[in-house]
Design a protein around this ligand. Structure first.
Ligand code: MTE
Length: 332
């Protein structure tokens, strides 16, 4: 019988999952995906590895003054929304800041924080276009200043079967959607990340990825109260490696649905192509809700590993957020 470690609201049995070493069959995966070229073969493609001791998180700006390359700390720390304040122990901030999936920089999680130095996040024009009554072009900081920031403690679950519990700062995505007034024909949102190879070495070296990073949600999913536009973490503006200055968080879905450093949101009538679905639709389908009963070909999804303690935790349907989202998926 596996060890069971109790955490408030989250049981942690150990050793129930396929060892990490079993997950990578890169060549087969890439062959199937039709990407068997040098660039992609050298990549680890959403692969798990233990965090290495790396550079510390990007330091936040000092109170109220503009950071050299990031937004101001005005509004931080934001008041915690009591509806999303479950009292779970938070994951270690430094571990989270040095264990990042951000392929624009590197496929190595521990390398990302060390490679974001040249990445500039101010100014940061955000464009919202497509099937909306009020298209918007606005600098990220101006948008942040217009919104009421709040903090929410969420579970975050990567398809690679690692997980963390972090306090995100931001505002409901629904508030931004209301601002631009979607037209009747708008059915999906398409998110697009920056594409500046001179600032992001992964963009320059991983030639065969269908850059820029794109993701998408159904409009009803994006309107769900859980969906956030995130501007900060651990009470400070987002460090670059976590997706400064604006990213999406949809905690009931696998982590790749939460696009980082977005520059564009487009409202469209058809399901948009996404980077990971384009690479391998079988392994990274558009919907991608956390579901312990549906194993990924390379990762059992029955349990997950907490990034800082290595505790094993049973994975919950919709990552524990069923009461908020199950009505969106009648057959789940
Ligand atoms: N967004 C962009 N632009 N590029 C990426 O490579 N990786 C995704 C997601 N958003 C990714 C991205 C994946 S696979 C995960 S698990 C999360 O970001 C990781 O977020 P974190 O590094 O802040 O924990």
């Amino acid at each position: 019988m596996a060890n069971i470690i109790k955490r408030p609201g989250w049981n942690l049995p150990e050793n129930l999952v396929t060892p990490e070493a079993a997950f990578l069959n890169r060549r087969r995966f890439l062959r199937e995906a039709g990407f068997a070229t040098a660039g992609l073969l050298s990549a680890s493609l959403i692969g798990c590895s233990r965090p290495a001791d790396g550079a510390p998180a990007d330091p936040p700006a000092k109170g109220g003054t503009p950071a050299a390359s990031g937004p101001t700390t005005r509004g931080y720390p934001a008041a915690r929304n009591s509806d999303f304040n479950p009292g779970w122990p938070l994951s270690n901030e430094k571990v989270a800041a040095n264990y990042n999936n951000f392929y624009e920089f590197s496929t190595s999680k521990s390398a990302v924080a060390k490679l974001v130095g040249k990445f500039t996040t101010t100014p940061w024009p955000l464009k919202i276009s497509g099937l909306v009554g009020k298209p918007l072009e606005i600098d990220a900081q101006e948008l942040i200043d217009q919104m009421t920031l709040e903090e929410r403690v969420y579970r975050f679950r990567c398809v690679e079967a690692w997980a963390m519990i972090v306090p995100w700062t931001g505002f409901p995505l629904a508030k931004l959607i209301e601002k631009v007034q979607p037209q009747a024909g708008a059915k999906f949102l398409r998110f697009e990340t920056f594409n500046r190879p001179e600032q992001a070495p992964g963009l320059a070296s991983l030639h065969d990825y269908p850059w820029p990073y794109t993701e998408g949600l159904r409009l009803e999913e994006a309107m769900n109260p859980l969906a956030m536009v995130v501007t900060g973490i651990y009470g400070k503006p987002l460090p670059k490696q976590h997706g400064a200055p604006l990213r999406i968080i949809v905690p009931w879905k696998y982590g790749y649905k939460s696009a980082k450093s977005i520059v564009k949101i487009e409202f469209v009538d058809k399901q948009p192509a996404t980077l990971w679905e384009t690479i391998n639709p079988r392994e990274y389908p558009f919907e991608s809700n956390v579901n312990p009963r549906v194993p990924h070909p390379r990762w059992s999804q029955a349990t997950e590993r907490m990034i800082d303690t290595d505790d094993r935790v049973p994975t919950q349907m919709f990552n524990g957020y069923a009461k908020y989202v199950e009505s969106l998926y009648p057959k789940a």
